[in-house]
Each structure stands twice: as C-alpha cells, then as structure tokens.
Design a protein around this ligand. Structure first.
Ligand code: BJW
Ligand code: ZN
Length: 272
C-alpha cells in the first residue's frame, strides 16, 4: 500500500484485464455528467435545504408534502436523464467479463437507476431507488415500482420544487402518494439518514467487497457510512483500489491508482 499511481492507465489495464472479481463502487459523481446534481460541493442540489433536513424520517414525519415534492422533482430529473459514457463503459466491460468468465459487480449509492438503464446487470442499490415507493404502514411493507411523473396530480404545474415554496399552496395529506395495496401514505423507497440499509442488500455488498480482487471507486465523496468504509476495507486487505474522481481526498492515500478528472472521460479510457 501507499503506492500512488497517477493516471497510470497502462498499469491499470494490465490489472483490470486479468482480475476475476471486480467490484465497482459508485456515487453521485458518475451521474453528474448526465445532469443529475451531486449532493456535496459545487452544483449541490440542496442549496436551500441541507440534505439531512429532507432525506430523513423526521423531515418526512413533520412535512411529508415537502419531502414528497422534493422527491417528485428528483424523479423527474432522473427519469429524463440518460446514462453517460461512464455508465455505458461499465456495462460494456461487464459484458466483456462475462464472456471471459470473470465477474464485475456494481455497488452504488445512487438512486437514479442509470446503471441498470445503461445495461449493467449486476447492480446493488445500497440507498434504494427513485423509481420505487414503499408503504409507511409497518404491517404492509409493500414496495412497488412507480414511474408516474408527476407522482400525483397535486404536484403538477408547481414549477421547480427546489425553489422557495412559501408562496405555493400546501398540499393536503390525502393528495399525497398512497400504497396501492392498503391505501396508507407511501414514501420514497430511499434509505434516509439515520435509517438502516436493507440487511440483505448490505450483506450482498459486503460479500462482493470482501471477495473482490480489484476495486474501482467512482465519483463519491466517501463520507456517508456504511458505504464509505468499503474501499478502505479493500485497500486494507492489500487489494488494489482505483479511484476515479474530480478531486483527490486525503483519506485515499492507500489507494493504488488515481484517475483525476471527469469520469465519463477517464473511465472509458481506463476500460477501453
Ligand atoms: C465527480 C464528477 C465527475 C463530481 N467525475 N467525479 C455521525 C453523525 C450522524 C450520523 C452519522 C455519523 N456517522 C455516521 C452516521 C450515519 C450516517 C452518515 O454516514 N452520516 C455522515 C454524513 C456522517 N449514515 C446513515 O445514516 C446511514 N445509515 C446508518 O448508518 O444506519 C445506522 C445508524 C442508524 C442511526 C444512527 C447512526 C447509524 C444511511 C445513509 C443514507 C444516505 N442517504 C443519502 C440520501 C438519500 C438519497 C437521495 O435522496 O437521493 O444518499 S445521503 C446522500 O449521500 C445520498 C448519497 O447516496 C450519499 C453519498 O453521496 P455521494 O454519492 O458520495 O455524493 P457526493 O455529492 O457527496 O460526492 C460526489 C463526488 O463526486 C465528489 O467527490 C466529487 O468530487 C465527485 N464528482 N462530478 C468524477 N464528473
Ligand atoms: Zn401498504
């Protein structure tokens, strides 16, 4: 460890083309070039509200209409976005691996669904998905796919939900999304701050991370747990980690490879 290879594309290619179990960890940065705002830093979506103040069970309990309108807006952006060259090069590389009897899996923090839409098959969605809603009634636990945009008529023609809503009429609770099974209030199928990740999903991710012989970590600020510990745990085992990010982070000194820049440019170059 401690070996830092900046932009060593040739060295990386030799490794990636022989690795048997590749795990790719992704965050918001991989979708930035598809027009989906990242969470932290410049261009962050949460200008007016801190992410913790909307993506939390308390926020939903106290103002479900505000939280739902925010997710309605996020869904609109995600459903209308297209996978970029970074998503597509991963999907293509997974197909190449399959032919060569090797494995490539994606463990993503993203909720936009763009890996699946790019054609990736093995995708673990750690934080849920914007295309899914779940029931708030603990005895029902129904999870369903829902592509309606707006998700309910009450959200039509209210403009950009990221703007100040003080002047907009308050939406009645009865007009919010409902569970199609039991009629209770529905919620976004998203893991909010302070909530546990689905234990099966977490276990699947941990198995993949624990068994990989090469790890790519792409477009994440690596501050949100438990996802933030995956790449460091791989590096700790002495397995090479390659980071693709606009910026370099001080915590990443154990990573073997660094490819600074826009990942829709660097990733196709590294996997091509
Ligand atoms: C590019 C690029 C380009 C840009 N090319 N690169 C201390 C206090 C309080 C809480 C905690 C604490 N310690 C731990 C916790 C728990 C908490 C946590 O980690 N908080 C931290 C913030 C400190 N974690 C949790 O609550 C998790 N649950 C949990 O731990 O349960 C147990 C528990 C229960 C109770 C108490 C404590 C523990 C759940 C976390 C769920 C996170 N959910 C969110 C929001 C919902 C999703 C949504 O609505 O969309 O998921 S948070 C938000 O951050 C979102 C993301 O998935 C996640 C990660 O962000 P990501 O992907 O890294 O994006 P950014 O924006 O941060 O970074 C983008 C990066 O891309 C940057 O590095 C750029 O440079 C780069 N970039 N363009 C390449 N073109
Ligand atoms: Zn229900």
């Amino acid at each position: 460890s401690g070996k830092r290879n900046y932009e060593d594309y040739e060295g990386f290619k030799r490794l990636v083309d022989t690795a048997k179990n590749i795990v790719v960890l992704t965050g918001a940065g991989i979708s930035a070039e598809s027009g989906i705002p990242v969470f932290r830093g410049a261009g962050g979506l949460w200008r007016k509200y801190k992410s913790e103040n909307l993506a939390s069970p308390d926020a939903f309990a106290s103002n479900p209409a505000l939280v739902w309108e925010f997710y309605n807006y996020r869904r609109h952006i995600a459903f209308n976005a297209s996978p970029n060259k970074a998503h597509i090069s991963l999907a293509d590389y997974e197909k190449k691996c399959k032919k060569e009897n090797r494995n490539l899996s994606i463990v993503t923090q993203n909720v936009d669904g763009l890996h699946l839409r790019a054609g990736s098959e093995k995708v673990v969605e750690l934080h849920g998905a914007l295309r899914k809603v779940s029931c708030t009634n603990g005895t029902c636990e129904n999870v369903e796919e829902n592509y309606d945009d707006p998700i309910v008529p009450a959200f039509a023609n209210r403009g950009d939900a990221s703007l100040d809503q003080a002047d907009l009429p308050v939406i009645d609770r009865k007009d919010l999304p409902k569970c199609k099974k039991c009629g209770s209030l529905a919620r976004p199928y998203i893991v909010w701050f302070g909530e546990m990740l689905d234990p099966d999903v977490l276990e699947e991710a941990q198995l993949l991370v624990g068994g990989c012989d090469l790890c790519l970590v792409i477009g994440t600020s690596s501050v949100v747990y438990p996802a933030a510990m995956f790449a460091p745990s791989v590096a700790q085992r002495g397995v090479p980690v390659a980071e693709f990010n606009l910026e370099e982070h001080p915590a990443d000194s154990d990573f073997a490879f660094h490819f600074p820049g826009l990942c829709a440019t660097t990733l196709p170059k590294a996997l091509g």
